[in-house]
Ligand binder design. Structure first.
Ligand code: GLV
Length: 387
């Protein structure tokens, strides 16, 4: 068993064990990958304020996200094709999240279905929705969520169309993998993954296959998104979804203060400041840079979460101290999954928890809920003056 000290250790193992096309799908951004890179490098710009001689006994990372108790405010983000990073990936990740006491969010584009995850877990989980042109599908999916153990709907607003990720095209990303020479050469080094994959029946998009009519090609997320996602989605449709669902609604993909105010108007229970992990609008601000102005714009009237760029407990601490009430990890848990299955996701959560707990103590705080801007040293002009 290798000694895992940080998320980067899990990333390296993930890269070694998982077929190239799926690893690359997870760990890339769109176009030049500027936003993808800045999501992490901007976290590095912020420093933590070291405080000493403060009683650090009785610490707690416990908190709440949309009124649900969490062991730490770090949810697992919706990530498409997680069940290709490791067989039955979404079920394994949901179990690890449940054991740890943090929310798991299932993607519309998951391999394991809503029903699969519900059957294999006890606690409620969250479901991320893409709005499709086929509103019957949207209605049915919402009904399936109500029947299953889904306690919040996470509506993604920044992917009506898919931005290009160069590596996916170069790798010929598809599910199942096409038997081309480069793919077969790469697969020849991934025996553990192949063996495990042969042991599951879940090898396609479980929420879609058998549930949507008239889709010509389900092997490619890019083709399917182009054919099926509703390009006309707007705030009126967000309201319609909210009514159809009737439960807690989280809006994901807010990066602009004006949009944050509009999200407030439709009555979202929380918003997620996110640029889709740098996978959509390349050239957009990093999430952590966008967070401050959004906090100011909503003025505490809606709960704000942050996604994109979190790879450590120190990052979580920075986002919380800037005002976010919750955070999400996507790649970080997928690295754990690809490295070591369910135990790897648990490891990713454990690593982040320890980093958060230790850093919080060294900042002189004993509760994550007490973190605030005074715990940070933020460079002047960090949020930027953009004309
Ligand atoms: C889907 O959510 C993707 O980013 O590929």
């Amino acid at each position: 068993m290798p000694v895992i000290t940080c998320i980067e250790d899990l990333r390296r193992l993930h890269e070694r064990r998982t077929p190239r096309m799926f690893y690359d799908y997870c760990d890339s951004g769109s176009y030049t990958e500027q936003t993808y890179r800045e999501n992490t490098s901007d976290f590095d710009q912020i420093r933590l304020r070291q405080r000493v001689a403060i009683d650090m006994t009785g610490r707690s990372t416990a908190s709440a996200m949309i009124g649900q108790d969490v062991a730490m405010p770090v949810a697992l983000a919706p990530v498409g094709s997680t069940g290709m990073q490791w067989p039955d990936g979404e079920i394994l990740a949901a179990k690890a999240a449940e054991e740890f006491g943090v929310p798991f969010t299932l993607s519309t584009m998951s391999v394991c279905s809503i029903e699969d995850v519900s059957e294999h877990t006890q606690k409620p989980f969250w479901f991320q929705l893409y709005v499709m042109r086929d509103w019957d599908f949207v209605k049915r999916v919402i009904e399936r969520c109500k029947t299953a153990n889904v306690s919040a709907l996470v509506l993604t607003l920044d992917l009506q169309l898919l931005a290009q990720r160069h590596k996916d095209l170069k790798n010929g990303l598809s599910i199942p993998i096409k038997p081309t020479v480069p793919n077969l050469v790469n697969l020849a080094t991934k025996w553990a993954w192949i063996r495990a994959m042969l042991g599951t029946k879940r090898r396609s998009f479980g929420n879609i296959v058998g549930h949507v009519e008239g889709i010509s090609d389900m092997t490619s997320l890019a083709i399917w998104a182009a054919e099926s996602f509703d390009k006309s989605m707007d705030w009126e449709m967000v309201k319609r979804i909210k009514e159809m669902w009737g439960g807690p609604l989280i809006l994901k993909g807010i990066l602009d203060p004006e949009d944050a105010k509009l999200a407030l108007n439709v009555g979202a229970d929380a918003i997620i400041v996110s640029n889709h992990g740098g996978r959509q609008l390349d050239g957009a601000l990093s999430s952590i840079r966008a967070l401050g102005p959004i906090m100011d714009a909503v003025g505490g009237k809606v709960e704000v979460h942050l996604d994109s760029g979190i790879r450590s407990g120190q990052d979580v601490l920075k986002a919380l101290a800037m005002g976010a009430q919750g955070t999400y990890i996507g790649r970080a848990f997928n690295h754990g999954l690809g490295a070591m299955g369910q135990a790897g996701v648990a490891k990713a959560l454990e690593v982040i928890h320890k980093e958060l707990d230790t850093s919080m103590a060294l900042c002189g705080r004993t509760r994550v809920t007490d973190l605030d801007r005074s715990n940070l040293q933020v460079p002047e002009g960090f949020a930027g003056r953009w004309a």
